[in-house]
Design a protein around this ligand. Structure first.
Ligand code: BYC
Length: 323
């Protein structure tokens, strides 16, 4: 892991008191003093997380009109709607750090902000809806259950609520996969093919390996992160491989093997060049995702204008009444 980047000059007494609170396991709340660097790191991480929830609606939204039954359609609509709720909830969380949500959205739309790499992959078959719920929400749960113990109170509390919903998402995804895996040979092949496409990108969701993660040391020191990227990735693999075996899915990794000494499912080398290409904007759907968000934002302009006009009218009315 890299050395911590230099912390901007802060009042040493305030900094020491802050670090003592963190060490004592106390929760940091919006009105508490915090180092600028802590505020910056949280803003970065929480805004990326909020963007991921919003962009994450697109791959699954793509299948709402093609869900194979009313029941499947209802749960997919509910899931996509939940993701919107998570995004809005986390944007509210970032506002407690004193940032303007509109600036964050601008940064997403003009391509300056990051969002999770996983949402730059296409959804090619109905089985992808099952695999996303199982693997992507499954990975999110592993990551976010630990973030629910993060030192920043509003973020930690958001994670508690979000994880409850993610658990439902994961179950509905695994159930779709289990039904397909026990279905016709074509259905079984479809779910295996979807799993093959999403397996490695799901492992990449946890971020670069610990030796290449510039932010981890600082985030761990301030107990925003409580586990490293590699620790969480390994936990996800250990949980998921037995689930795959249970429904007859093969993990597309010839190096996958159980190590009885460590209790870990050891896995092969991740193609980090693919990950960094996706981060640079060169994934299969990066351009399409941003275009879709820009269009949605432009289409919503009249709603924002109407809401602003309504708020101004209300304000004018109440000041006339007060006069
Ligand atoms: N994708 O120093 P590192 C969901 C970036 S949505 C893109 O290890 P850190 C769902 C990283 O930002 C779930 N970028 O960073 C929604 C950094 O770049 P910057 C989304 C990535 O912060 C709909 C650089 O690489 N979850 O559940 O210590 C449907 C170096 O990385 C990724 C969250 O956002 C990536 N995968 O650790 C279904 C969780 N990985 O910012 C499901 C909150 C790394 O320095 N975030 N980068 O330019 C986190 O837990 C952490 O930020 C990460 C990265 C583990 C992602």
């Amino acid at each position: 892991m890299d050395q911590n980047p230099p912390v901007p000059t802060e009042d040493p007494a305030l900094l020491a008191a802050f670090e003592a609170r963190i060490a004592a396991g106390e929760s940091i709340e919006p009105k508490d003093w915090m180092p600028e660097r802590y505020r910056k790191q949280l803003t970065r991480m929480m805004s990326q997380h909020a963007h991921s929830e919003i962009v994450g609606m697109l791959p699954e939204g793509n299948w709402i009109t093609r869900a194979p039954s009313l029941r499947r359609k209802m749960s997919l609509i509910a899931k996509v709607q939940d993701e919107a709720g998570h995004g809005l909830y986390i944007y509210c969380g970032t506002e407690t750090l004193g940032v303007d949500r509109h600036e964050l959205v601008e940064a997403l739309l003009d391509g300056r902000a990051k969002y999770s790499s996983i949402f730059n992959y296409p959804t090619l078959s109905w089985a992808d809806m099952g695999v996303i719920g199982w693997l992507v929400d499954g990975a999110a749960i592993v990551n976010q259950t630990v973030l629910a113990k993060a030192s920043y109170g509003p973020y930690a509390r958001a994670m508690v609520r979000i994880c409850k919903e993610e658990n439902f998402h994961k179950r509905q995804g695994y159930e779709i996969c289990s039904v397909l895996a026990n279905g016709t040979p074509e259905q079984k092949a479809m779910v295996q093919e979807a799993f093959n496409r999403f397996w490695w990108p799901s492992l990449m969701m946890f971020g670069p390996s610990d030796t290449d993660s510039p932010n981890s040391a600082e985030l761990l020191k301030w107990r925003v992160k409580r586990k490293t990227n590699d620790e969480l990735r390994q936990r996800f693999v250990n949980l998921t491989v037995p689930q795959a075996i249970a429904i007859g899915i093969t993990v597309p990794d010839p190096d996958m093997a159980f190590d009885a000494d460590t209790g870990n499912w050891e896995f092969g080398e991740i193609d980090w060049s693919e990950f960094f290409e996706v981060l640079k904007g060169n994934g299969p759907c990066n351009r399409e995702r941003l275009d879709a968000r820009r269009k949605a934002h432009a289409d919503g302009e009249w709603v924002r204008a109407a809401a602003t006009a309504h708020a101004e009218k209300q304000k004018a009315r109440s000041s006339t009444a007060a006069a």
